[in-house]
Ligand binder design. Structure first.
Ligand code: SF4
Length: 303
């Protein structure tokens, strides 16, 4: 299989995925984030060295025949996939062959204020956009966007898109020590996220060598910060070797906890002791709680 299609990859957040790389040769991005796992590079406004739609579709057809049990087809890039000049045509061609697979894009969100990008992305089943900071100074330092890209316009674009998008909108926040790990920044993020109303928020930190000398935060800090995101479906990217502290929750405490914020299966499995898990299952049997799946992640919610 050539480098345009990669996978299948099993992701805890989206299931079994086949990826399409719209910039296989080099990084082409309108951001140069401090935490990027690709080498730092000058920002661009367009993907210029790009595969043809026909090449991608031929390889995708082959991959779909070869691999069974694919849940999602993921449009991504070594850079920003919405800068691919033929994105509208590519999406239409994938929709013709994708059958029951969900179509997902991973974007840095920089172009979501553009009506034509909103129109293309509205055809996808899942759209995942990054939003690391609300504060323009933080955005400038952390995401190092191409000249003219404005975080206020991105946020307005996200709100507009949400207002008509019927698929699942996921927002990702990547937390970097000393940049967007403050309570003030998370309070500001919470305020705009209440307006954007994403279906899910994925909170994570650096877990691969970054392009520049920055550090991630501890999982305990991610958990603390996630508490500022009220009444939203939040997942936390736990590191593989993370050893959690399991706590006891009586039934009343579980209901109070889930009223404040739904919890993913993974959060519950990591943080509840055995007795608490029994209490949780009893509440599900009593229909006090139910399970809701959002873009491939299951959450417990109060009924
Ligand atoms: S948006 Fe993604 S690819 Fe672009 S610089 Fe940031 S992390 Fe790297």
């Amino acid at each position: 299989m050539s480098s345009l299609i990669f996978g299948p990859i099993t992701s805890r957040r989206f299931g079994q995925s086949l990826g399409i790389d719209l910039s296989p040769e080099n990084k082409q991005c309108n951001f140069d984030c401090l935490y990027c796992e690709l080498k730092g590079a000058k920002t661009v406004q367009k993907v210029s060295q790009a595969p043809l739609v026909e090449e991608i579709i031929d390889e995708l057809k082959e991959a779909l025949l070869k691999y069974e049990n694919i849940d999602v087809i993921t449009i991504t890039a070594n850079g920003e996939p919405t800068l691919y000049p033929d994105l509208a045509h590519l999406v239409d061609e994938i929709l013709k062959i994708k059958k029951e697979h969900k179509l997902l894009i991973l974007s840095n969100g920089s172009t979501i204020d553009q009506p034509e990008i909103q129109s293309i992305l509205s055809k996808l089943d899942i759209v995942k956009l990054s939003l690391d900071c609300v504060n323009p100074t933080c955005f400038k330092k952390l995401d190092r966007a191409h000249k003219g890209i404005d975080i206020a316009k991105i946020i307005e674009g996200m709100k507009e898109f949400r207002a008509h998008y019927r698929g699942e909108l996921v927002i990702e926040i990547l937390v970097v020590e000393g940049l967007n790990d403050s309570e003030v920044e998370f309070q500001a993020l919470n305020a705009v996220l209440q307006e954007i109303k994403p279906d899910r928020i994925d909170v994570g930190t650096i877990d691969r060598p970054p392009a520049y000398a920055v550090k991630g935060v501890s999982i305990e800090r991610l958990i603390e910060l996630s508490h500022f995101l009220e009444n939203l479906h939040v997942t936390i990217a736990y590191k593989k070797n993370y050893i959690p502290t399991r706590r006891h929750f009586c039934k009343e405490e579980i209901v109070a906890l889930l009223k404040r914020r739904p919890q993913s299966f993974e959060d519950i499995a990591l943080c509840f002791d055995e007795e608490s898990l029994k209490n949780l299952n009893a509440l599900v049997d009593e229909n006090v709680l139910h399970v809701k799946s959002i873009a491939g992640v299951n959450f417990y919610k109060v009924s």
